[in-house]
Design a protein around this ligand. Sequence first.
Ligand SMILES: NC(=O)C1=CN([C@@H]2O[C@H](COP(=O)(O)OP(=O)(O)OC[C@H]3O[C@@H](n4cnc5c(N)ncnc54)[C@H](OP(=O)(O)O)[C@@H]3O)[C@@H](O)[C@H]2O)C=CC1
Ligand SMILES: Nc1nc(=O)c2c([nH]1)NC[C@@H]1CN(c3ccc(C(=O)N[C@@H](CCC(=O)O)C(=O)O)cc3)C=[N+]21
Length: 278
Amino acid sequence: MILLDGKMVSEELNLKLKNKVDSFDVKPQLDIILIGNNPASLSYVKGKKKAASLVGITTNLHHLDENISQEEVERLINSLNQDEKVDGILLQLPIPKHLDQEYLMDLIAYEKDPDGFHVVNQGKLFQKRKTIYPATPKGIMTLLDYYNIPIEGKSVVVVGRSNIVGMPISKMLLDRNATVTICHSKTKNIKEITKTADILVVAIGIPKFITKDMVKQDVVLVDVGINRVDEKLVGDADFDEIKDIASYITPVPKGVGPMTIHSLLFNTVLLYESKNTK
Ligand SMILES: NC(=O)C1=CN([C@@H]2O[C@H](COP(=O)(O)OP(=O)(O)OC[C@H]3O[C@@H](n4cnc5c(N)ncnc54)[C@H](OP(=O)(O)O)[C@@H]3O)[C@@H](O)[C@H]2O)C=CC1
Ligand SMILES: Nc1nc(=O)c2c([nH]1)NC[C@@H]1CN(c3ccc(C(=O)N[C@@H](CCC(=O)O)C(=O)O)cc3)C=[N+]21
């Protein structure tokens, strides 16, 4: 088994990014909007700020009250959209239920969307046009490519069909000529399907859902899940059970998570560069 070491790869690629950013006179700027005090979100935002500062990207955190009104968030996004200094705007998800998440995500200028969540950027992805790729799927592709894992012609199974992970990673793997099957909560005989996978990507948010009887020998397993169980992080797959069957496997933590952060920073630099070449 070979570990798909997202921590190591992201550190190497962040350093490469830093060398590029070091050559810029004006640094790229990422503005993060965090609403409320969800402990997981606080911890992710901390991770993003830390990595950004290592790379030389300026971050501005807008930490808003849990009860903030829709209008006030709109006002903030509008002003960041207009601010020339701002290269990327990240609305940390999830946001409180009284706010219209879809509306707010679409309000962020798509030229300032390092997450690649904007409906225009997602639309471009699904029409195979040049776009800002969503950070987690892009991080997964970067990790697979780093280890030279072949994708063309492979049977890929993606478990999960969210807008931010399942759907875009399925499309990106399809565009690399994999044969992609997507499973979700209504899929029947999921085990028979996951067993066919050369590459299995799991993004559902259920701890240790994928067990060793659900994978074939030498599977490449990409575990996107981040679940907190008894103060510890566990993935959507049972790592200890599967590690001896898999050819390659991502750990949780230190797998896909740090690659997502790298992609966010990479995308922020892309947005900065396209602003400066306009
Ligand atoms: N490492 C990273 O960088 C990131 C990690 N994550 C983690 O990845 C996981 C998934 O996140 P996200 O995509 O946002 O999740 P969502 O909750 O948006 O989507 C979950 C998906 O899983 C499917 N699902 C739920 N239960 C089952 C089941 N029993 N069998 C098969 N499919 C099921 C759902 O199906 P249906 O559509 O039918 O409801 C849905 O498509 C979470 O643990 C999250 O924390 C997320 C983003 C980044
Ligand atoms: N607008 C927006 N963009 C996101 O990209 C976004 C989001 N909202 N909301 C939540 C999810 C989740 N997500 C993670 C990113 C990194 C780690 C990560 O680096 N995790 C470390 C562990 C961190 C820890 O110890 O808590 C690891 O896996 O090694 C995890 C999860 C980004 N998301």
